[in-house]
Design a protein around this ligand. Sequence first.
Ligand SMILES: Nc1ncnc2c1ncn2[C@@H]1O[C@H](COP(=O)(O)OP(=O)(O)OP(=O)(O)O)[C@@H](O)[C@H]1O
Ligand SMILES: [Mg+2]
Length: 267
Amino acid sequence: MEQVSKQASLTEPRKNSSKKGEVIMKLENVSRYFGSVVALKNITFEVKRGFVTCLLGDNGAGKSTLIKILSGVHQPSEGQLWINGSLTVLKSPRDALDYGMATVFQDLALVPLMSIQRNFFMGRELRKGKIFKTLDFKKSDEIVKTEMQRVGIHIRNTQQAVGTLSGGERQCLAISRALFFGKNVIIFDEPTAALGVRQSKIVLDFIIQARDSNIGIIFITHNSYHAHEVGDFFTILNRGRNIGHYAKQDITREKLLDLMAGKHLTL
Ligand SMILES: Nc1ncnc2c1ncn2[C@@H]1O[C@H](COP(=O)(O)OP(=O)(O)OP(=O)(O)O)[C@@H](O)[C@H]1O
Ligand SMILES: [Mg+2]
C-alpha cells in the first residue's frame, strides 16, 4: 500500500448550505455514572456548525465518555441531549449516523479480520437491485478507494483485511469513513495520537476542510499545539467537571496547556 501526496488527496470539499454557527447538538446538565465512578457531572456542551470545538483535559477527565454520549454509544444517566433544537435519545451509534454524525473513536472501532470495505461501511452497506437486493461490491469498492485517496492513502485491494494495515493506515481508514458519513457533525477522539508529523498535518488539514464545509467538529487531543492551531472554542474537563469554556481569542496556547494539565487559572 503506497501513500499518495497530500495535494493529490485533496478533492472537492462537500459544501453544506445550513447556517454557520447554528447549534447542531447540545448536552444540557448531563451526568454519566459507571457504578460508583462519576465520569461526567452536570455538563453543558454545544456543537456549532462551521466551528471546531476542542474537548480537552487530562487522562480520565471524561472526554471519551462525553463523545460516546453524542455518538449513541452511552446514554446519559441524567440530563438531556438536543439535536437541531429537539430533545432526542440516541439508542445506538446507528441512530447517530442517521443524524449525519460520525465519530473517529480513540480505539478506532475497526474489526481486524474483516476487509477494508466491510469496515468502511459496517452496517450501512450499499445495496443494488429492486426486489432482491444484493450488496453492491463494485460501487462500494470505488467509494472506498476514492475516500481513502482523499486522506492520502492509495488502496489497491479493498478486500484486504484491516489487520494487515499499519496503525497510521487504520487511522486514515477510520477518518475517511467519518468524513464520508459525517454530513453534520464529525467527532475526532485523539486522531493524531498514533500519527507521525506528516500524517498529523494531513489530519489537521482535514479537520479545517470539514469545518470550512460547514460541518460541526469536536476535536479531542492532548496536544496543545494541535488544539490551538485548529480550534475555535475550547472546553476543558477535569475529573468529569467542565472547568472552562473559551473562544480562541480569549486564551493563549500556554494558558490552554496549564488548564489541560489541571491547573485552575484566573484569566
Ligand atoms: N465503560 C466504563 N465502565 C466503567 N468506567 C468507565 C467506563 N468508561 C469510562 N469509565 C471511567 O470514566 C472516567 C472517564 O473516562 P474517559 O474514558 O471518558 O476519560 P478520557 O478523558 O477520555 O481519558 P483519556 O485521555 O485517557 O482517553 C474514567 O475514570 C474511566 O475509568
Ligand atoms: Mg479518551
